[in-house]
Design a protein around this ligand. Structure first.
Ligand code: NAD
Length: 525
């Protein structure tokens, strides 16, 4: 620490142990809009990572042992603490990420709904399932859900509340203890999350926040958690998958996207324009599932572009020039990516319909941008932009739109805009993505009830919904005898006898004989 600002040291047990002065490496949180210092946190050391892991291991048996009903009383307390802390949390999202108040409010709403969903539904989702096994009818068989042990949650900065609280709560509900590493660009929201966990009075051992850059995340993997839930970029996701593979740690990877919206000739153009612009520009496009590519039937492409430009200029970038409904680009690295992709595309012949520049020199606001005349080999058509930039490409028909949508290394979500809902549903099955929406884009990315995740380089595994909770567990089969068979009828055990072989053979005829005659043979002497 260099400037005497108190450093929050909440690395151990997620408890804020006062504002103490320490000398190790720190991360200073700054507003991306004003540059004002918002706080500092200490970067965790290897020893602290190992200590946190040792405590989490120690605590996890007792946490699992208290049972779901008692764990849910803690989760309810966490929900209530989140509720009480809403002003601080929303204020932090606005200050630290440069979000708009309304967009921060939506992230908060989605987070509350996620927690409340698990409070309401966890008992149903995690309930043991009894399964009948026809080869072993004398036994009862159950599939029960067991927690992995210690779950490592690594989250990004773009929705740092939702993408952290969701997996943390799912992991804790299922009976795991949690190590949590927020993004280095979301340390203050990380602290706010640690604060609500502390307020809910979870046992000290079950939740640990550790701050730091990628190296701290890597150290946490070296400490050998039992499961990793990672949300972030493709390149980091690949590093994590490699590190986890060395130790055979199961991983859920929620990675980037290059989402396509397909607009068919019969779409309600005004509505499609409004929905696509919102989904592309929300949070300044810093959304894994934002619309980045639009494939529009060429019969309506010009009308769509005009309508999209109108929405941008009416609501997001009014004629007086001040962006009214536009969030900041949060990180310096992201600003470079957006600017360089747009500049390269324009230099290669792309046409700027609107935007394409910063609101002012040195501003963190990149004007909402619509580009046409783009070609597939341009970097902006292939790589994630993660900024308020939407490409519109005219296509000859739906088949070409589907082919171009699928011609991406990503596969997170896609949308189809049409008045023919049956055709839209049919087309949806041709798209290689984790989610397909008809006549909307992005709304289901933050709903508690639905599973969330992608295919291809958008990752694997699912968060949210029942699958998100089950993903924090492994299935364990438990089987118990209903009654005892005489030893002579324990067909699979020793001794092997002609009688048992005959019975097994009859069983095969009775169960799998292709005709009734074959099956009847089993009953004949
Ligand atoms: P990032 O990959 O740079 O960082 C994510 C997290 O990983 C951070 O906490 C970072 O410190 C940590 N990290 C970095 N290197 C690591 C390593 N070697 N080992 C362990 N941890 C490491 O991503 P970001 O810039 O914070 O987030 C933006 C990206 O996240 C975008 O690509 C976006 O599409 C993606 N994202 C995906 C989803 C989804 O649900 N699919 C949601 C939001 C964001």
């Amino acid at each position: 620490m260099t400037d005497g600002t108190p450093v929050t040291d909440s690395r151990v047990n997620g408890r804020q142990r006062g504002q103490i002065r320490v000398s190790p490496q720190v991360i200073t949180a700054r507003s991306p809009v004003t540059g004002a210092v918002l706080g500092q946190v200490a970067v965790a050391t290897r020893l602290q990572v190992q200590d946190a892991m040792a405590e989490a291991r120690l605590g996890r048996m007792a946490w699992d042992g208290i049972g779901l009903a008692r764990r849910l009383s803690f989760i309810r307390a966490l929900r209530d603490a989140l509720y009480r802390q809403q002003d601080r949390i929303i204020g932090t999202l606005v200050a630290e990420q440069g979000k708009l108040q309304q967009e921060a409010l939506l992230e908060y709403l989605a987070t509350m709904e996620m927690v409340d969903f698990y409070v309401r539904q966890a008992e149903r989702i995690l309930a043991p399932q009894e399964v009948s096994v026809r080869l072993l009818p004398h036994r009862r068989h159950f599939v029960i859900r067991r927690p992995y042990g210690v779950v490592l949650v690594i989250s990004p900065w773009n929705y740092p509340l939702y993408l952290s609280v969701g997996p943390i709560v799912a992991a804790l509900t299922a009976g795991n203890s949690v190590l949590f590493k927020p993004s280095e660009y979301a340390t203050q929201i990380g602290e706010a999350i640690a604060g609500v966990v502390a307020e809910a009075e979870f046992p000290d051992e079950v939740f640990h926040i550790l701050h730091g850059y990628g190296e701290v995340g890597a150290m946490m993997i070296e400490a050998h958690p039992d499961h990793i839930c990672f949300t972030g970029s493709v390149s980091t996701g690949k590093q994590i998958a490699r590190a986890a593979a060395e130790k055979l740690i199961p991983v859920t990877l929620e990675l980037g996207g290059k989402d396509a919206a397909i607009v068919l000739h019969d779409a309600d153009i005004e509505r499609a324009a409004a929905g696509i612009v919102w989904s592309g520009i929300f949070n300044a496009g810093q959304t894994c599932a934002s619309v980045e590519r639009v494939y529009a039937d060429r019969r309506i492409a010009d009308r769509l572009i005009t309508a999209m430009k109108h929405v941008v200029e009416q609501y997001v970038q009014p004629p007086d020039g001040a962006p009214a409904s536009l969030a900041a680009l949060t990180t310096p690295a992201q600003r470079k990516v957006v600017e360089s992709q747009v500049q390269e595309a324009v230099a290669a012949g792309a046409e700027v319909v609107t935007g394409g520049r910063w609101a002012a020199d040195g501003s963190p606001f990149f004007m909402p941008t619509i580009l046409t005349n783009v070609t597939p080999e341009m970097r902006i058509c292939q790589e994630e932009t993660f900024g308020p930039v939407i490409l519109v490409v005219p296509v000859k028909d739906a088949a070409e739109a589907v082919r171009l949508s699928n011609a991406s290394t990503f596969g997170l979500t896609a949308s189809i805009w049409t008045e023919d809902r049956d055709y839209g549903l049919w087309l949806a099955e041709r798209l290689q993505t984790g989610t397909v929406s008809i006549n909307e884009h992005l709304l289901v990315s933050g709903v508690a009830e639905m599973p969330w995740g992608g295919v291809k380089e958008s990752g694997y595994g699912r968060t949210q919904g029942a699958e998100g909770l089950l993903g924090m567990t492994y299935s364990q089969v438990v089987t118990v005898d209903r009654f005892r068979l005489p030893r002579a009828l324990e067909l699979f055990w020793y001794p092997y006898t002609p009688f048992k072989r005959a019975l097994i053979r009859r069983g095969i005829h009775a169960l799998y004989g292709p005709t009734w005659r074959d099956r009847l043979r089993a009953l004949l002497p």
